[in-house]
Write a protein that binds this ligand. Sequence first.
Ligand code: ZN
Length: 387
Amino acid sequence: MGGDIVRQLAEAIERMPLVDHHAHSLLPDPTDPDLIDALTQAEHAASAPAVFDSGQGFALRRHCAPLLGLPPFAGADEYLATRRQLGADEVARRLLRASGIAAYLIDDGHRPDLLMSDERMARLAAAPIHRVARLETIAEAVLAQSTSGGEFVERLGPALDAAAVEAVAVKTVAAHRCGLELDPARPTDVDLRSAADAWFAVWRAHAASDRPRLVDPTIVRHLIWWALEHGAVLQVHAGFGDADLVLERANPARMQALLAATAGTGGRIAFLHCYPYVREAGWLAHVFPHVFLDVGLAVGFLGANADAAVRESLDLAPFSRVLFSTDAWGVPERVLLGARLWRDAAARVLGGYVAEHGWPVEEAIRVAEGIAWRNAEGLYGRAFVTD
Ligand SMILES: [Zn+2]
């Protein structure tokens, strides 16, 4: 009896469409080293043996290999050879479609020059693409076109307005640039102008030919306030990523003062990834009504222990504020794993709550459906699935 109900829950989760509320596009034709690079956050010493011999690697061998016609747990050499034989488009088509993702919100802020167009990805996935605009990238493009800090400030507002029209959300990588422990106050015009002058001067003095890189916390804070005061959904990278960030400064709890100061703006904040600070993000969602979280990225990398992240994401946060994402970048394996491991983990975690804590199965299905897609439709105000 109990087993039947848990099976019913798992089957319902298996059939659910997913809205991937934060991902990136794919490399059009990845080589073996490209694939290995896209499967790790390590800059150095990324190697097929290290990647395939890890939690994520085991999950890839178990779940992706059969979709390429290989036995589960095929080795790295066999997997890579079959991938080359099938070609990038066929591999992407199989893995993206097997994920059951019905819509993607794509952030084009990380090396977009390397990645395929929205049209091509949408065709391979047989699913629509919506855009997420990265705030730092917009500010950097504006600075590169400005002849002074003053001109940058003048042009920034219209550029942000234009980007917001085309995007369903905006994103900040403050964690990578200055850390999340930001002064909570909205920067004054004087603060912004002097920060802009300083950034412009540094860029001009050192590398005017390169793309400017925004690391100034005052300007980052201005972008965050701009987004929230415009009622936008602001996606915030939190927790692990590559070694370009200082992990402890990416703890979402560091943003507590800024969250308190912005609770009444009408804007919403979605903390992405959060690992290993899932509990902290859950607490923030518990105490601040405009805070959401996901454990995307973490789920794909954790492999067999994805259950832990999914379970912790449900500890303190209201269930209506937990979201699904893959944070896939570059290769469709990461899309498939994000979806596959989330479905399996959600079925096990919620199945346990049904079997051992007496949750009605239909309530567990409702909670899973919220995370899978309904909460994203509510947050972004779009009918991604129900259209
Ligand atoms: Zn991302």
